[in-house]
Design a binder for this molecule. Structure first.
Ligand code: PAF
Length: 285
């Protein structure tokens, strides 16, 4: 496995791989890798000649007061995980931005709601770094986790709007045995917070059961999830929303096609997100 920290070297490597007619699958990450990242690497490994993983805690996507400085890091363990998943190249730059960096990629509309409503500039930072990494890696395809559903849609929109010739693949959410979606930020949770965090997935499953039983009122579905989550003493709801999975606009009126139930909940300083598509089997897309 090759380990590069320099953009020029990566550029030369990708030019050579593409020159040999090879395909490149890319998994961008911020490190502190877990089973969820492993699953994305496996999707990448199955689909391309070369697999590239980037590990970079991107300062542009953290607002003031967020956890940039405390974001968990373990580069040695990360390299070990990449190696064991058959990754060909790990790109772990110290920095990616010149001191006078002055370009921002803004994906309008899709970034207004859900996490975008409270995380000022977050998706601009994500889109900017992802485009920069795409230009360095020059992947045939890139794999993103569906836990960050809004991020996945933002990347898809950017790729479509800017005519990037990259296939974007969404990897299913990977959960722990208690149903908590895997996230590097779970490391922040106390054992009590961690136990209560199981309510997120439980409440999404309960909403799914309500839809299966015939409930079609978005307000009833959202309110039931909100109440269930709020019953956990340490949980503070940031949002619970039922949105169109394509536009991410809130569902109004009766639920008549599959929709995304998405939530963000704080436990202490830790903000967790999760989601589930409702009505996939019961309603026509
Ligand atoms: O999902 C993440 O880990 C990050 O947002 C990403 C896509 C690597 C961009 O920094």
């Amino acid at each position: 496995m090759l380990h590069l920290d320099n953009s020029g070297d990566l550029h030369r490597w990708s030019r050579a791989a593409l020159g040999r007619g090879q395909t490149i699958a890319f998994v961008p990450t911020m490190g502190y890798l877990h089973e969820g990242h492993r699953s994305l690497m496996r999707i990448a490994r199955e689909r391309a000649d070369q697999v590239v993983v980037s590990i970079f805690v991107n300062p542009l996507q953290f607002a003031a007061g967020e956890d940039l400085d405390t974001y968990p890091r373990d580069p040695e363990a990360d390299l070990h995980i990449c190696e064991s998943e058959g990754v060909d190249l790990v790109f772990m730059p110290g920095d990616l931005y010149p001191s006078d960096f002055s370009t921002t990629v803004v994906v309008e509309g899709l970034t207004n709601g859900l996490c975008g409503a409270t995380r000022e500039g977050h998706f601009d930072g994500v889109a900017t770094v992802v485009l920069k990494l795409f230009n360095l890696v020059r992947p045939t395809m890139a794999v993103f986790g569906q836990k960050d559903f809004q991020q996945l849609q933002v990347v898809r929109r950017m790729v479509r709007d800017l005519d990037l010739d990259i296939q974007i693949v969404g990897g299913p959410i990977v959960r722990d045995s208690d149903g908590v979606a895997l996230s590097s930020r779970n490391a922040y949770l106390s054992s009590e917070e961690r136990a209560q965090a199981a309510i997120l997935n439980k409440s999404l499953i309960a909403a799914d059961a309500q839809v299966r039983a015939g409930e079609r009122d978005p307000e009833v579905l959202v309110e039931a999830v909100r109440q269930a989550v709020q019953a956990a003493p340490l949980a503070r709801v940031d949002y619970v929303e039922l949105v169109d999975a394509g536009s991410l606009e809130p569902v109004t009126g009766r639920l008549d096609r599959p929709a995304l139930l998405a939530l963000a909940v704080r436990f202490g300083q830790t903000r967790l997100i999760d989601n589930r598509v409702l009505g996939e089997e019961q309603l026509q897309a």
